[in-house]
Design a protein around this ligand. Structure first.
Ligand SMILES: NC(=O)c1ccc[n+]([C@@H]2O[C@H](COP(=O)([O-])OP(=O)(O)OC[C@H]3O[C@@H](n4cnc5c(N)ncnc54)[C@H](O)[C@@H]3O)[C@@H](O)[C@H]2O)c1
Length: 316
């Protein structure tokens, strides 16, 4: 019998991203217990108290600051611990600092929790997902990263604004690295089944090349712009964490571009974590969805995988 509590989540790292995610998870009503863990115990305790004070306006649950032992029965462990991106710093610049942090925390988590899902959020998320998979020894379906779920949300938001249509009716993915080499998968993008360029023309937009470049660049540069202006990004990722947990806990089998270890021997994208649309449910990653890519997108995906492989070879 599983020792897991299906209604329990642990959040490791209670900085901007961890605390905003914890707040979003509290509001979601998905869990009845949440433990917050941080090397800075006061910070975890302060966040647990502050978030708990919203409970009379939400649904009952227990929220507390704890230790790794308290995460032993969590169905999902969300890992946000790590240094944040500094202005001008790329996500890959962060790699060495955060791999060192993972070397200390992943074994602590897995010492107690053997059956839960590890949801990696700290950056560079694709590299850290590979690192967490190796350190944990968990089956690959139970270790994955938030990947380009956030980038895809930004993409849908910007397309929704551009076309003056509900962003939830936009079906489009950012794939590959969560970072500079990510790819906007334009060839499969559509609005309620209507190919994206046809829909653009329906809405009076005809300069496709120019708009596609602007929107893809804006998605890619969103984090840099937000960090420049307010020091960190956290609300968008908090909603992404909430959405991924919802797909897991409710066993939704939703298709989300999470980052998982790829095994495409045909393309050679093998043994590296990056984002492709995947079916996400109670067993974690239940399968990949091979969306159609044109030749240019395939080349770009290969380049993105190579970028990640190079970094990975330096840390694994
Ligand atoms: N995946 C995404 O889409 C996405 C989006 C935004 C930010 N991030 C990443 O999330 C991470 C956290 O960002 P942030 O803005 O919350 O940073 P932050 O500095 O505000 O918070 C990091 C927290 O981790 C804690 N911590 C550090 N070392 C630890 C350890 N060994 N054990 C336990 N806790 C430890 C710190 O005490 C701090 O509270 C960064 O790597 C950032 O780049 C990812």
């Amino acid at each position: 019998m599983s020792k897991l509590n299906e209604r329990k989540v642990a959040v490791v790292g209670c900085g901007f991203v961890g605390s905003a995610s914890a707040f979003a998870l509290m509001e979601s009503g998905l869990f009845s217990e949440m433990v917050l863990i941080d090397v800075n115990k006061d910070k975890a305790e302060g966040e647990a108290l502050d978030i708990s004070h919203g409970l009379p306006f939400a649904k009952p649950m227990t929220i507390y600051a704890g230790d790794y032992k308290d995460a032993e029965d969590a169905a999902v462990v969300v890992v946000t611990a790590g240094a944040g991106q500094k202005p001008g710093e790329t996500r890959l610049d962060l790699v060495k600092k955060n791999v060192a942090i993972f070397n200390s925390i992943i074994p602590e988590i897995t010492k107690y929790n053997k059956e839960g899902i590890l949801l990696i959020v700290a950056n560079p998320v694709d590299i850290l997902t590979s690192v967490a998979a190796k350190l944990s020894g968990f089956p690959e379906n139970r270790v994955f990263g938030s990947g380009t779920v956030l980038d895809t949300a930004r993409f849908k938001y910007l397309l929704g604004e551009h076309l003056d249509v509900d962003s939830r009716s936009v079906h489009a993915f950012i794939i590959g690295e969560h970072g500079d080499s990510e790819i906007a998968a334009w060839s499969s993008a559509n609005v309620s089944g209507i190919p994206i360029n046809d829909f653009c023309e329906m809405r009076g937009h005809f300069e496709h090349e120019k708009s596609m470049k602007r929107i893809a660049d804006d998605v890619k540069n969103s984090a840099y712009e937000i960090i420049e202006k307010k020091g960190a990004t956290y609300y968008g990722i908090a909603m992404s964490v909430r959405r991924i947990c919802e797909a897991i806990i409710r066993d939704e089998k939703s298709i989300l571009p999470i980052s998982s270890i790829q095994h495409d021997t045909e393309s050679g994208i093998d043994g590296v974590a990056l984002s492709m649309p995947a079916i996400v449910g109670r067993n974690g990653v239940e399968g990949l969805v091979p969306i159609r890519l044109d030749d240019e997108e395939k080349v770009a995906l290969q380049a993105s995988a190579n970028t990640l492989k190079e970094v990975l070879s330096e840390v694994l």
